[in-house]
Ligand binder design. Structure first.
Ligand SMILES: Nc1nc2c(c(=O)[nH]1)N[C@H]1C(S)=C(S)[C@@H](COP(=O)(O)OP(=O)(O)OC[C@H]3O[C@@H](n4cnc5c(=O)[nH]c(N)nc54)[C@H](O)[C@@H]3O)O[C@H]1N2
Ligand SMILES: Nc1nc2c(c(=O)[nH]1)N[C@H]1C(S)=C(S)[C@@H](COP(=O)(O)OP(=O)(O)OC[C@H]3O[C@@H](n4cnc5c(=O)[nH]c(N)nc54)[C@H](O)[C@@H]3O)O[C@H]1N2
Ligand SMILES: [Mo]
Length: 768
């Protein structure tokens, strides 16, 4: 099937039998518990499943491989810190089924390309290192030594180390990440793209410039003290379910919540806490005091309009709105900012936000009276051309209110992968700061390269034009997660060698270079025993707490390695007689932590402090109101222009979003329960008026064209689903629609693909 499609890296077109119901108005509750139990029973089995849940996110247990939302610092009741999607994440990781060499013997790569993403993942845990044999188009078992020799000889024969690319996904532990970047820099390149480049890179860029730290400033406790929490461009009910408890705490302490999202996501409206049986029968907690259905990328205009109204109020009564003392002592650039704000045309802003003026007035009223504000955001803000501006405009709001560096207030970029923030701290970054490189030099006695490396988009382009020849991925699913699938697919196939360090089979293993390896590793839940005994690793959550994570179940196979061991053995093979004793580091992870302590600020007495099972906070200048790390030495106001939306007739904006049954490219199931869309992923959510204008009915089959500059990209056969989405906006699921995200369409400054802003037209599919 789909002969021409499947070699382009896109999932095959298979329809699974859609059914629809009304979108849900609350998140969690009994359906969430039932759904978790179903997954655990099916994928892991009851006994092991219960053992897993008991240990997940508990003090001394292992860190949930799902999202990066933090756990409470102190009390954690049995089973209390799991959520439905955490249960799915762990069931998916510790699967009963195994993708053994016998499995690969049965299926050629060409055959596997016909499998859906869900089917690939459900083939089970990888058990042996595998090497692709071009003669029979199958992956075959190899020894670890052979695999390492192949990689080492390819790396050592490159004319320039910058011809190799080393991707990282955000599940990698601190220990593995630190070793990996050390290996890569010792080799001589900063080509360390990571999933962050597609995720919160825009947040990092925006916050570093304005507040002098690329991370958020709040702690979990701040939610108990906030007068107002704004949740913008984020779907916590699905992607960070444990965040709903924090929002509930805000409400119970008398705080207000504003949600800004094109979609009325269930978790934004109301929440029934699975840990509170009384909630199950009642209404639960109403979360949003105000829900604003912003147009896709209407946020900058919307926030500016709110600030405009607040400034008008301030002019009437000085000091009622702005925190003048904070502005005077802590910030820079206020005059420029306020002059620019006063010049704005309010009606233009209202118009560009796509929101009724009345709602903006209500939002301004809610913001007006408050001085302790937390702003949370995720991909709905970061994956736009003007993503950095979006976030900096939010910073402007916080600065006007003096709402940062104090209890109950601050920035909360809600991170995705469970250790994506830690990986950055460990140096997984194509643009490492000089201070970090100098420390590496001092501690390890070599000259790390200073030239910046490739980020994700640049890496794809480099492989496409054959400047890069070796691609190695520590986790992740590069083909399906990156933009412009057809282009990226051609890029990967250009490589001489592609290597994937993975737990499960995915499409990136099937769209490969001239030589290809799959190297299986331990997951979070598994016991990691090395020469010096049982090991644990460490991770950093969304709020900068570093803590240990220790697996407890027997490894899925005796032939798999831990990530740290894999990197050490590869390094030892690549650099013979190296000054770094890689094999000793592998035997005892506390030695790796000593090296981290020597290089990375904030990790003093690392091994000692991590003995506290709740972990420790890393230093955070914004949290304590110290902005001396910015260029001006103060927190910076910034001014941003709202570009008017220019669409041609029939063009719509499209965002690519996650369903309730997936973890990025890992598809747990086919239901998007909260949105009432069951058993199908190939859908496009549309406003009824846009359907009428295009002569479309519910469940019509359409092709979607993406228009960027003069380029045209098309995907075929999506089912139209009428949905409460603002007119002119539409939504599809990631990764099915990634072929529509142009490689050239990226955010200013962060170079993040604009996965939430794709200009499309739809047309009825013509049966050929
Ligand atoms: N279960 C589960 N958990 C996950 C993940 C997962 O796939 N599954 N992924 C993890 C990762 S890596 C990440 S980064 C996070 C992602 O977490 P989210 O950012 O919540 O994920 P998305 O599905 O991309 O949803 C973006 C939300 O932004 C809204 N949105 C889109 N465009 C706009 C816009 O222009 N303006 C506004 N205001 N809103 C907009 C969408 O309607 C949607 O509700 O979750 C993490 N946690
Ligand atoms: N269109 C569109 N594209 C997007 C997004 C979007 O919203 N829209 N979101 C972007 C975002 S926010 C992100 S973060 C990226 C995600 O990009 P990635 O991180 O590259 O993708 P994942 O789907 O999370 O990776 C899943 C694979 O990781 C492997 N894996 C799982 N656990 C482990 C482990 O413990 N160790 C190792 N070594 N491997 C493991 C498994 O083999 C699994 O198949 O996608 C981005 N792409
Ligand atoms: Mo992410």
């Amino acid at each position: 099937m789909n002969k021409t499609l499947k070699n382009t890296g896109q999932p095959p077109i298979k329809f699974t039998g859609i059914s629809l119901s009304a979108p849900k108005l609350y998140a969690a509750g009994i359906p969430a518990i039932l759904s978790s139990l179903k997954f655990i029973q099916k994928e892991v089995g009851v006994a092991k499943g219960f053992k897993l849940l008991k240990s997940m996110n508990q003090l001394g247990g292992f860190d949930c491989p799902g999202c990066a939302w933090p756990d409470p610092d102190d009390k954690r009741a049995l089973l209390s810190e799991y959520c439905e999607n955490g249960a799915k994440a762990i069931s998916e990781e510790y699967a009963k089924l195994k993708a053994t060499p016998a499995f690969f013997l049965k299926h050629t790569v060409a055959d596997l390309l016909d499998w859906s993403d869900m089917e690939l993942g459900k083939s089970g845990r990888l058990t042996h290192p595998m090497s692709w044999n071009p003669e029979n188009d199958k992956y075959e078992k190899v020894s670890w030594d052979t695999a390492f020799e192949l990689i080492a000889s390819n790396l050592n024969s490159l004319a320039d180390p910058n011809q190799a690319i080393f991707y990282t996904s955000g599940r990698t532990s601190n220990e593995a990440a630190f070793l990996y970047q050390l290996f890569v820099r010792k080799l001589g390149t900063n080509n360390l793209p990571d999933c962050s480049n597609m995720c919160h890179e825009s947040s990092g860029a925006a916050l570093s410039e304005t507040l002098g730290i690329g991370k958020g400033s709040v702690t979990l406790e701040d939610f108990d003290h906030a007068e107002l929490v704004m949740v913008i461009g984020q779907n916590p009910g699905t992607n960070h379910p444990r965040m709903l408890s924090a929002l509930r705490n805000t409400k119970e302490a008398g705080g207000k919540i504003i949600c800004i999202n094109p979609l009325p996501e269930a978790g934004l409206i109301s929440f029934k806490d699975p840990q509170r049986p009384l909630d199950w029968v009642g209404r639960g907690t109403d979360l949003a005091d105000l829900f604003i259905p912003v147009r896709i990328n209407g946020d900058l205009a919307l926030i500016k309009a709110i600030l405009f109204l607040i400034n008008e109020k301030e002019k009437k009564k000085k000091g009622a709105q702005f925190d003048w003392e904070f502005i005077a002592s802590k910030t820079s650039g206020f005059e420029l900012f306020i002059n620019d704000l006063e010049k704005q045309d309010f009606n233009f802003l209202v118009n560009q936000s796509g929101v009724d003026e009345q709602l903006i007035i209500e939002a301004a009223e809610l913001v007006a009276a408050k001085k302790k504000i937390i702003i949370c955001w995720a991909m709905g803000l970061t994956q736009h051309k003007n993503a950095v501006s979006n976030i900096q405009e939010l910073v402007n709001l916080l600065l006007l209110k003096g709402s940062i560096g104090k209890k109950g207030a601050g920035t909360c970029p809600v991170r995705g992968h469970s250790n994506v923030q830690g990986d950055r701290t460990m140096g997984i970054w194509e643009k490492p700061p000089l201070s970090f490189l100098n420390k590496l030099k001092e501690v390890f006695n070599f000259n790390p390269p200073k030239e910046h490396g490739f980020d994700v988009v640049e890496a794809i382009k480099a492989m496409h034009n054959k400047k890069a020849k070796v691609f190695i991925a520590l986790g992740g699913n590069f083909i399906s997660a990156t933009p412009d699938t057809v282009f990226t697919s051609a890029a990967m196939k250009n490589c001489d060698l592609t290597v994937h360090v993975s737990t499960k089979l995915n499409r990136s293993h099937l769209i490969h270079g001239k030589k290809a390896l799959i190297l299986p590793v331990l997951g979070r839940s598994e016991l990691d025993v090395q020469q010096s005994g049982e090991q644990f690793v460490t991770v950093e959550n969304s709020m900068g707490i570093v803590h240990s994570s220790k697996g407890m179940l027997p490894p899925s196979s005796e032939n798999i390695l831990s990530e740290p061991a894999l990197i050490c053995r590869l390094a030892a093979k690549t650099f013979e007689n190296d000054t770094i004793d890689w094999l000793a580091l592998k035997d005892d992870y506390s030695l790796i932590r000593n090296k981290i302590e020597a290089v990375v600020p904030g990790f003093e007495s690392f091994n000692k402090r991590v003995e506290n099972p709740a972990g420790f906070y890393l230093p955070n200048n914004a949290r304590i109101g110290d902005f001396s790390t910015t260029k001006t030495g103060k927190a910076n106001f910034t001014s941003h222009t709202v570009e008017p939306l220019k669409l041609k007739p029939k063009q719509l904006l499209m965002m690519t979003i996650r369903t309730h049954d997936q973890y990025n490219t890992t598809i747990y199931g086919l239901n998007d329960r909260y949105r009432g869309i069951y058993n199908e992923r190939r859908v496009i959510l549309m406003h009824p008026d846009d359907m009428v204008e295009n002569f479309l009915h519910n469940l019509d089959l359409v092709d979607i064209n993406s228009h960027f500059n003069n380029e045209l990209r098309t995907v075929e056969k999506f089912l139209v689903v009428q949905y409460p989405i603002p007119k002119g906006c539409s939504a599809t699921y990631f990764p099915e629609a990634n072929a529509l995200v142009p490689i050239g369409s990226v955010a200013d400054k962060s170079n993040t693909p604009t996965s939430k802003y794709i200009v499309i037209t739809v047309e009825k599919h013509q049966q050929s």
